[in-house]
Design a binder for this molecule. Structure first.
Ligand code: C5J
Length: 219
């Protein structure tokens, strides 16, 4: 059992029963010229966490832990994209439209891929998710159960949308979850700060938070 200094109290985990879950580190959200930037967001905020995420991923692989990557991705025929999601806010660019890096949020398109610095390797799980949460309509829970996973360490983007939703889904399914605060980011820094605080509030009501330095020390 490894123990790390976390908020609101120590987070203990056994590597054999813990997965590193990397949420949506996709080119369209992170890279200049992608979908995220066309929406008017400053993607440099998200790009800045890549080195810390890479350090954790390499250490986790070296330690032999399970890695799960997620992508927010829809089928090319959009049969898994509810009209409410596609049309919300009447955007100028909708899911499935041609964007700067291929069709927006469509599986297989260049912008939908995970950034090269964090690209999955053989043996790692890659989950295409049609929702914000990693558990909705993906079979992830069953895959984790089959591998005896009870604890999850989260990184990725964006903190208050897909990361927080996935942590809440995990919490409701009985997992203990830890968010690495320097390995997650939002286009809106105050949303990140509020999310980190609400996750570990009330005695870890959703889960724990810690910096990657504490995890790396434990590994
Ligand atoms: C994610 C989003 N990955 N913000 N998506 O958080 O729409």
């Amino acid at each position: 059992m490894k123990k790390i200094n976390a908020q609101p109290f120590e987070f203990g985990f056994d590597l054999a029963h813990t997965a590193l879950v990397i949420i949506d580190m996709q080119r369209d959200f992170i890279e200049p010229g992608g979908f995220g930037e066309t929406l008017g967001n400053d993607v440099s905020l998200l790009e800045a966490i890549v080195p810390a995420c890479q350090a954790v991923l390499l250490a986790w692989r070296q330690a032999g832990g399970l890695v799960v990557h997620t992508r927010e991705a829809h089928r090319p025929d959009l049969s898994d994209c509810p009209p409410a999601k596609r049309n919300r806010g009447n955007p100028s660019l909708r899911i499935g439209d041609a964007g700067p890096m291929g069709r927006i949020l469509v599986a297989g398109e260049p912008g939908n891929q995970i950034i090269p610095a964090l690209a999955p390797v053989a043996g790692e799980l890659v989950i295409d998710k049609p929702g914000k949460g990693a558990f909705y309509a993906t079979g992830l829970h069953e895959m984790l159960q089959a591998r005896g996973i009870t604890h999850l360490v989260f990184m990725g983007v964006t903190t208050e949308v897909c990361v927080q939703t996935s942590m809440r889904e995990a919490n409701d399914r009985g997992y203990d979850g830890l968010l690495l605060t320097d390995c997650t980011e939002s286009y809106f820094p105050h949303f990140k700060a509020a999310t980190v605080e609400m996750i570990h509030a009330q005695g870890a009501i959703v889960g724990w938070t810690a910096t990657s330095a504490h995890l790396l020390a434990a590994l």
